[in-house]
Design a protein around this ligand. Structure first.
Ligand code: ADP
Ligand code: DP6
Ligand code: CO
Length: 325
């Protein structure tokens, strides 16, 4: 017997970031976080549970996965099998329309799409809250990719209470995010490893936790007032504080490339000329610029001589999970 489903999930960019776990096995975060789902970057995943298969078969972007990458997905499928009360192995075919492991949140769209496709193929019927809890077990940021628009992940105090909810839908606020693709190679230090090292060795970690609480409050106000400068200021400050945790870790590390710094400097210069634009960066060298549509062309014009049009991808708020079959 075969049972099949296919789903699409979009990546999200955190404006107040998740950077540390209170419980590793359950992927419970130390802080709440808030993100914007993006329309231009997504993952399509199809899952077929087939009782004739001897083992899970997983392909990512057309290549069969083996080793730790396959193990992470098989472990996730085991959770779905347990929840659904089935034992069939699965054929998983996943395609990332986003660079993999480059700080553009492939783990978010990847595990959100997998949670939706695998749960549906297994016969489970999960609502968004349940899907968000399930996606969390694959990758923390995936918790926030079940819904579109602005999404908050409530850290909770256990598996049942740690999930995300939508703060405002994608059409609530017409914003743009320019992704500056400075380097699409896979990072050396995964998000999971990077956040653990920051949390266990940076002397500033406790301060980070405290500041995130304040940032989140201010960000929610900025969203409800559609106050762009406030949103951008909080996002930029919060991102740089996260990167300060990597610089102050032992051993120290950084997700910045020379071109990331070049991009950040350009955004500061543009802002000094009166164009409102702000940057944020996740665990990778690619920079995302927040800008209102009325200033989009001015920002693109300033970035193009430095980066070239093929390195600049303009995204907007994107939708939540979609079932494709
Ligand atoms: P990113 O910045 O891309 O989220 P992470 O270090 O958080 O980088 O996670 C990258 C890992 O996410 C990959 O090594 C892989 O294990 C997992 N991943 C990426 N894409 C997918 C996908 N489509 N389906 C399942 N897992 C994926
Ligand atoms: C910097 O969700 O990729 O993008 O839970 O270990 O899979 P794991 O990590 P992941 O970390 C994301 C970190 C971040 C900030 C964020 O998305 O909130
Ligand atoms: Co990730």
């Amino acid at each position: 017997m075969k049972n099949h489903a296919k789903a699409r999930a979009h990546t999200n960019i955190a404006l107040v970031k998740y950077w540390g776990k209170a419980n590793e096995a359950l992927k419970l975060p130390t802080t709440n976080s808030l993100s914007l789902t993006l329309d231009r970057f997504y993952t399509d995943t199809s899952v077929t549970f087939d009782d004739q298969l001897p083992a899970d078969q997983i392909s990512l972007n057309g290549t069969a996965l083996e080793g730790p990458a396959a193990h992470r997905i098989t472990t996730f499928l085991d959770l779905v099998r347990t929840q659904a009360g089935i034992s069939s192995k699965a054929q998983v075919t996943t395609v990332n329309n986003v660079p993999t492991a480059a700080g553009l949140a492939s783990s978010a769209s990847g595990f959100a799409a997998l949670a939706a496709a695998a749960s549906r193929a297994s016969g489970l019927q999960l609502d968004h809250k349940q899907l968000s809890r399930l996606a969390r077990r694959g990758s923390g940021s995936a918790t926030r990719s079940i819904d579109g628009g602005f999404v908050e992940w409530h850290k909770g105090f256990g598996d049942r209470t740690s999930f995300a909810t939508q703060v405002a839908p994608a059409d609530y606020w017409n914003l743009n995010v320019i992704a500056i693709l400075v380097n699409q190679r896979q990072k050396q230090i995964s998000s999971s490893v990077g956040m653990k090292r920051s949390q266990t060795t940076s002397p500033y970690y406790r301060e980070w936790e405290k500041l995130c609480k304040h940032d989140l409050k201010k960000l929610k106000m900025a969203i409800s007032n559609r106050d762009f400068n406030c949103l951008g200021t909080i996002a930029e400050e919060n991102a740089m504080r996260m990167h300060a945790l990597t610089l102050s870790a032992a051993p120290d590390f950084s997700y910045f490339d020379a071109d990331s710094l070049k991009a950040m400097r350009l955004i500061h210069q543009l802002r000094a000329t009166g164009i409102p634009c702000y940057f944020t960066m996740d665990a990778g060298p690619n920079v995302k610029v927040l800008v209102e549509p009325k200033h989009l062309n001015a920002v693109l014009a300033a970035l193009t001589p430095a980066f070239g049009a093929n390195q600049l991808v303009v995204a907007a708020p994107g939708p939540g999970i979609q079932y494709l079959t």
